[in-house]
Design a protein around this ligand. Structure first.
Ligand code: MN
Length: 204
C-alpha cells in the first residue's frame, strides 16, 4: 500500500500565530504531499513496497540519495505535524523530571530549542530526543532524520526549512521558534513517545 500524507491532528487555524492556516495549507498540502508522492513513485514495483516508512529510509540511507531525501522528509513531516498542538498541554511527570534534570526547567528547554534552531545553518530539523535514558537536543541537516537511527528515540521535532515559516515570519526564524515553543509544542506527544520507549511509527 502506498504511503499517505498524515492528516493534520488539528484545524488549519489552530497553530496561529506561530504557524498560519496559509502556511499549513502549502506545507502540508504541497510540500509534504510532494515528498510522499515521490517516495511512492520511487518504491513502486520494488522490494521496498510494503515496508514501514522508517525501513525505507534505513534502506535508502547511504545508497539512494533521492529516495532517502524523499522518504526521510515524508517521515519527518508526519512527525512534525504531531509535534505541534492547538492547546497548551503539559509534559508527563516522567518527562518533566527528565527535562528538569537535563535543562533545568521547561522554560530553559524552550530557550535551548530556540537557540539551537536559530543557530542551525540553512535547512534542517531540531529535535528533542532521548538517548540512553537522558534527554538531548539534536540537529539534522536538510532531509536527514532520526527515524532510523539506533539507540535514539525522537520525542519532538521542529522544521527549520524556510517553507515552514517564511509566509508568517519572513526571514525571522527566531520569531517562528519563539512563537512555536511558547505554547504550540505537543508535550503530550513527547511524553507518549518517551513512555513507549521506541521510535514513533509513520502510519502505514
Ligand atoms: Mn517542511
Amino acid at each position: 500500500m502506498a504511503f499517505e500524507v498524515t492528516p493534520l491532528p488539528y484545524d488549519d487555524g489552530a497553530l496561529a500565530p506561530a504557524v498560519s492556516a496559509e502556511t499549513l495549507s502549502y506545507h502540508h498540502g504541497k510540500h509534504h504531499k510532494a515528498y510522499i508522492d515521490k517516495t511512492n513513485k520511487a518504491i513502486e514495483g520494488t522490494d521496498h513496497e510494503g515496508k514501514r516508512l522508517a525501513e525505507v529510509v534505513a534502506a535508502a540511507r547511504g545508497s539512494d540519495q533521492g529516495l532517502f531525501n524523499n522518504s526521510a522528509q515524508s517521515w519527518n513531516h508526519g512527525f512534525y505535524w504531531h509535534s505541534m498542538v492547538g492547546e497548551d498541554v503539559s509534559p508527563s511527570d516522567e518527562l518533566k523530571a527528565m527535562i528538569d534534570d537535563a535543562f533545568g526547567s521547561l522554560d530553559d528547554l524552550k530557550e535551548k530549542l530556540q537557540e539551537r534552531g536559530a543557530g542551525h545553518f540553512a535547512s534542517g530539523w531540531v529535535w528533542l530526543a532521548e538517548k540512553g535514558g537522558k534527554l538531548s537536543i539534536e540537529e539534522t541537516h536538510d532531509g536527514d532524520t532520526l527515524a532510523d537511527q539506533d539507540g535514539i528515540n525522537p520525542l519532538l521535532v521542529i522544521d527549520l526549512w524556510e517553507h515552514a515559516y517564511y509566509l508568517d515570519h519572513q526571514n525571522a526564524r527566531p520569531e517562528y521558534l519563539k512563537a512555536l515553543t511558547k505554547d504550540k509544542l505537543n508535550w503530550k506527544f513527547a511524553s507518549d513517545n518517551l513512555a513507549r520507549g521506541t521510535t514513533w511509527e509513520y502510519p502505514a
